[in-house]
Ligand binder design. Structure first.
Ligand SMILES: Nc1ncnc2c1ncn2[C@@H]1O[C@H](COP(=O)(O)OP(=O)(O)OP(=O)(O)O)[C@@H](O)[C@H]1O
Length: 203
C-alpha cells in the first residue's frame, strides 16, 4: 500500500515529558489541520478520560485477538499495560484529510519505522529527571510504584531518544511556550504532501 496524503506526526518521549500537553496545543491551534490517532490500551481510564476520545479502553483478550488479526500498526507493553495504534485509528484521521498525530512509545516508534507511513518523528524530553519526577508527582496520576517504574524507563528512553538518527528532532520541554514553538516550526517546515508517485517535472 502506498500512502497518499500528509505524513503522520509521531510524538514520543518519557511519560510526563509533555507529549499530551504539546499535542493538545497543536490540536487547539489548528483544529482543521491535525487529528489525533486514538490508541487502544488495557489500562483503566484516569479521571476525565473518555473512551473513544482519549483512548479506546479494551481488555487484554480483545487486544491480543485484534493484534493477531493484523489490525494494529504498532503495539507495546508499558508499565504492565498494553498500548497500540490500530490501522483504523490512523485511517479515521486520514479520511478527514487531517495530519495524524500519534503519541507512541519507543517500541512503537521502532515498529512504525518498518511501515510505509513515513512519519515525522519527534522526541520530547524533560530538562532533567528531577524535573520529570516533579511533573509526574504534580500530575498525581500514578502511585509510588508506577512512578518509580516510569522514571526508570525514562532514563533508558532518553538515551534512545538522543541517539543520532532515531528521531528527526529532539525537543527539550523546559518552558512549554518555547517547546511548543519549536514543534510548530518543525511541523510547518516539514509537512509536505506525500504523493503516491513522484511527479515528473517539466521545464
Ligand atoms: N514545560 C512544562 N513545564 C511545567 N510543567 C509541564 C510542562 N509540560 C508539561 N507539564 C506538566 O507535566 C505533566 C506531564 O505532562 P503530560 O501529561 O503532557 O506528559 P505526557 O508525556 O503526555 O505523559 P504520558 O505519556 O504519561 O501521558 C502535566 O501535569 C503537565 O501539565
Amino acid at each position: 500500500m502506498v500512502q497518499k496524503g500528509p505524513r503522520p506526526l509521531v510524538l514520543c518521549g518519557p511519560s510526563g515529558s509533555g507529549k499530551s500537553t504539546l499535542l493538545k496545543r497543536l490540536l487547539k491551534e489548528f483544529p482543521d489541520k491535525f487529528g489525533f490517532s486514538v490508541s487502544h490500551t488495557t489500562r483503566g481510564p484516569r479521571p476525565g478520560e473518555t473512551d473513544g476520545v482519549h483512548y479506546h479502553f479494551t481488555t487484554v483478550e480483545e487486544m491480543k485477538a485484534a493484534i493477531d488479526r493484523g489490525e494494529f500498526i504498532e503495539n507495546a507493553i508499558f508499565s504492565g499495560n498494553m498500548y497500540g495504534t490500530s490501522k483504523r485509528a490512523v485511517e479515521d484521521v486520514r479520511r478527514q484529510e487531517k495530519i495524524c498525530i500519534l503519541d507512541i512509545d519507543i517500541e512503537g516508534v521502532k515498529q512504525i519505522k518498518n511501515t510505509d507511513l513515513d512519519p515525522l518523528l519527534v522526541f520530547v524530553m524533560p530538562p532533567s529527571i528531577k524535573e520529570l519526577e516533579r511533573r509526574l508527582r504534580g500530575r498525581n496520576t500514578e502511585d509510588e510504584e508506577a512512578l518509580k517504574k516510569r522514571l526508570e524507563t525514562a532514563k533508558k528512553e532518553i538515551l534512545y531518544g538522543q541517539e543520532p538518527d532515531n528521531f528527526h528532532i529532539v525537543i527539550v520541554n523546559a518552558r512549554i511556550k518555547e517547546a511548543y514553538s519549536k514543534l510548530r516550526d518543525f511541523v510547518s517546515q516539514n509537512m509536505v504532501e506525500k504523493k503516491s508517485e513522484p511527479e515528473a517535472t517539466q521545464e
